[in-house]
Design a protein. Sequence first.
Length: 349
Amino acid sequence: MRAIVLAAGKGTRLFPLTGEIPKPMAPVVDTPILQHIFGLLSRHGVTGAYVNIHYLADALLEAYGEESQIDEMRVRLIREENLTGTAGGVKHLANVARAGEFSETFVVVSGDALTDVDIGDLVAFHKEKGALATVGLRRVYDTSEFGVVELDEGYNIRGFQEKPDPEEAVSTLANTGIYVFEPRVLEYIPEDTFFDFAHDVFPRLLEAGERFVGYQENFYWSDIGTLEAYRQAQYDVLSGKVRVEVPGEKREETLWVGENAQIHPGASLEGYIVVGRDAVVGRGVSLSGDVTVGTDCWVRPNATIKSSILLPGASVGDGAYLEDCIVGHGYDVRPGETIRGGALMRRVR
């Protein structure tokens, strides 16, 4: 089976984090969101994935190259010079793929959302229903942030609303951007045109009377649209709410330690803690709550870090105090500094 991963967008709601890295490269438990998606697809038997990239594309190419191998899955990154929407991006990738690669049922997922959806079960549901298109759905509390879908009792999609007020919403089932398609869907997408699935393609499928269904099993999904959602996703992974791999050796029930990481015996660790590869946690350091100390980070003696995320290469000075913070790549927190909340970025492009 083949997959298309959409990773071209700017992720503006996650600014300032996305001012220095593309959203798919934002680490959740010291692993980029996109890497979690690659792992999900590979575990469910996907053998080839095409990824569209645009915003800060060089960062993605530096990490994965134009072509790479993830377990048994071949990954190809394709740069989009101009954004063409979700459907336009899929059409472009299908066109540049090797002959026949998208001549059978295929999957589309977002490269900047965290999920553990069972791809095998999703595809089986799609085929059982004899659908042309299937949309993965999850219930949400605030419909004003999502496109929602109206279903009938037979799981047939009857309508869409884009970010409705909760009092006016026809349902609380959000479109997750996880799709299963038959190749004929591509006929509904014009060439070289900005085209979106929710706004353009799906209404056409309804008008044409195509078999179009919604899948709503119990899986985890977060679009990680805000800094608060980003921190929540970290906690959800560490507390076991998401079926994804946490990197490093699991030394205790709530502690994961990466290769060559150093933790001083005098450090205090309490809560869900990830210490990444080559990271250093010094004497007298206190880590509590859910904390990720990313790859190659340095937490100097007597620093206190509560419920925070240190992205790779960050450092925290002697005696500093951090609470509910996101510390960006290579950012240096000064000795003795006290910071509560927010995202600390070295520079914004």
